[in-house]
Design a protein around this ligand. Structure first.
Ligand SMILES: Cc1cc2nc3c(=O)[nH]c(=O)nc-3n(C[C@H](O)[C@H](O)[C@H](O)COP(=O)(O)OP(=O)(O)OC[C@H]3O[C@@H](n4cnc5c(N)ncnc54)[C@H](O)[C@@H]3O)c2cc1C
Length: 464
């Protein structure tokens, strides 16, 4: 039995390793020169030495999901990948001078602990079914523990937004904004995403925030090597342009589901329906190679905008770059000195951007640097040794991401959050999907789970 996989993002790689382990002949076709998709890395040689940056993800949650993939393949994750806990997982800054570290003491604040206890109920009810199974298998998957957790159903079924839940829960506007931000983990607005997503901070508090030694790109590298050891073959520089002509007993597409329907499948009306849904945001990345060290910063830092609601209005309603963005700065050389030359730092700067390839990003580097200057942390231009940026049009170009959206549909309604494009195509029954644009959603642990669910569905359909 022969499975052809389109795309070597983390979801496709996880499925490749599992399917090869299950005894299938597996071939992976990847348009780019290397595996990893959005979890790529960038290097630049300057007169001071070499800088290394992550290109996309910078934090790993739910490490058990990654470990289970290696277990499934009969190996130990620790032999191939060293995950280190990041503490504090984030340092938050406001222009009024407030600074809060997301560390053990933060999660134990009484108001935060009460919130997490509530979110835990939602997690207990929904995690096993939602994260590990396709929607049609949810009731079967609920199990005895899940049925006991049904008492939490009113919390899950709420039509309230995450922001309104947070506003009822937290008096301190700074704490509220921290918890609102978790909606952006799936590319959504806190003012529109259902309160159910309170499970995101619960997951971060309960299972920790982690970073792999050597950078995020070590994750796809380690999974690619795992898949190869199980017998999977890889073809790089091979862009698939027709999903039905590829041959093989089954095809598993790890590329963006909306782009796939628009360009590589013949069903135009289904493609149009998929394009009508609101998209999750894109990102604008700025890589800076900086001489010197910035005292106040940690490994992960967030500089909040003064008007969060306006920021999301501009991104989702007006589809333009935010005039005053919330800025994320990750400096991995703080914990991995080899990522920057001696006496230098590698700044990975990220802001949320509209999923719109024609968004005007000209001059936006300066918008970011001016805003960082208001916090007193912008590097002086004379200290910037190199810089480059990457926006929505680049995500479309490099990853085939529809309009540059990082996760396909936004989770702005229970339907688009819970019933995403399905893993198995309803008409072409040998065609399956995995990755951040399908079920259960984007982010490293979720795309790993998506690869798992897809491999299991293929196993159920075609047998071992
Ligand atoms: C800026 C940014 C920050 C992020 N931060 C985090 C974070 O901190 N933590 C976290 O967990 N997640 C984060 N994410 C999300 C995470 O990176 C993604 O959800 C995940 O890596 C996507 O995996 P995927 O399996 O969907 O595949 P993708 O990464 O989307 O890869 C798909 C692959 O398919 C290939 N492909 C596309 N079309 C074709 C074709 N026609 N033929 C052949 N190959 C094709 C592409 O080249 C690509 O390699 C972030 C993402 C970005 C971009």
């Amino acid at each position: 039995m022969h499975v052809k996989i389109v795309g070597a993002g983390i979801g496709g790689l996880a499925a490749a390793a599992r399917l090869a382990r299950m005894g299938y002949r597996v071939e992976v076709f990847e348009k780019n020169a290397a595996a990893g998709g959005k979890a790529a890395e960038r290097r630049e040689l300057t007169p001071a030495g070499e800088f290394r940056w992550d290109c996309g993800p910078s934090l790993v949650t739910m490490p058990a999901v990654l470990r289970e993939l290696f277990d499934f393949c009969g190996e130990r994750m620790e032999d191939h990948l060293a995950l280190r806990r990041v503490e504090p997982s984030c340092r938050y800054f406001w222009t009024d001078g407030t600074r809060i570290d997301e560390d053990g003491a933060f999660w134990e604040r009484p108001d935060v602990a009460r919130y997490l206890a509530r979110a835990r109920g939602i997690y207990d009810l929904s995690a096993e079914a939602f994260l590990h199974h396709a929607p049609r298998d949810w009731w079967r998957a609920l199990g005895a523990k899940g049925f006991a957790a049904l008492r939490h159903l009113p919390k899950v079924a709420t039509l309230r937004s995450l922001a309104s839940l947070n506003a009822r829960h937290f008096r301190d506007p700074h704490i509220r904004q921290i918890f609102d931000r978790f909606a952006t983990y799936n590319g959504s607005s806190p003012y529109r995403t259902p309160a159910t997503f309170a499970i995101i901070p619960y997951v971060e508090a309960e299972f920790g925030a982690w970073y792999p030694e050597g950078g995020i790109a070590q994750i796809p590298r380690a999974i690619e090597a795992l898949a190869r050891r199980q017998g999977a073959d890889f073809h790089f520089g091979h862009e698939v342009t027709n999903l039905l002509d590829l041959g093989g007993d089954a095809v598993l597409c790890n590329a963006d589901a909306i782009t796939s329907h628009a360009h590589w499948l013949p069903d135009a009306s289904r493609a149009r329906r998929m394009q009508r849904e609101e998209l999750a945001c894109s990102g604008f990345v700025l890589w800076l190679g900086v001489r010197g060290r910035s005292g106040a910063l940690s490994h992960h830092n967030i500089f909040f905008s003064d008007d969060y609601r306006q920021e999301f209005r501009e991104i989702f309603d007006e589809r333009r770059m935010p005039s005053q963005p919330t800025i994320y700065v990750a400096i991995t050389s703080r914990t991995q000195p080899g990522d920057a030359p001696d006496g230098c730092e590698n700044w990975f700067v990220l802001v949320n951007a509209p999923a719109y390839c024609h968004a005007n990003t000209r001059g936006y580097q300066e918008v970011i640097l001016r805003r960082l200057a208001e916090f007193g942390v912008a590097p002086d231009p004379s200290r910037i040794l190199c810089r480059a940026d990457f926006g929505p049009a680049d995500f479309r170009e490099r990853d085939n991401a529809w309009e540059g959206s990082l996760y396909g549909w936004a989770s702005h309604s229970p339907r688009t959050a819970l019933l995403r494009p399905p893993i198995r195509h309803p008409r072409h029954r040998h065609l399956f999907f995995c990755g951040g644009t399908t079920h259960p959603g984007g982010g490293i642990p979720l795309v790993l789970l998506s690869g798992k669910i897809a491999a299991e569905q293929i196993g159920r359909h075609f047998g071992p």
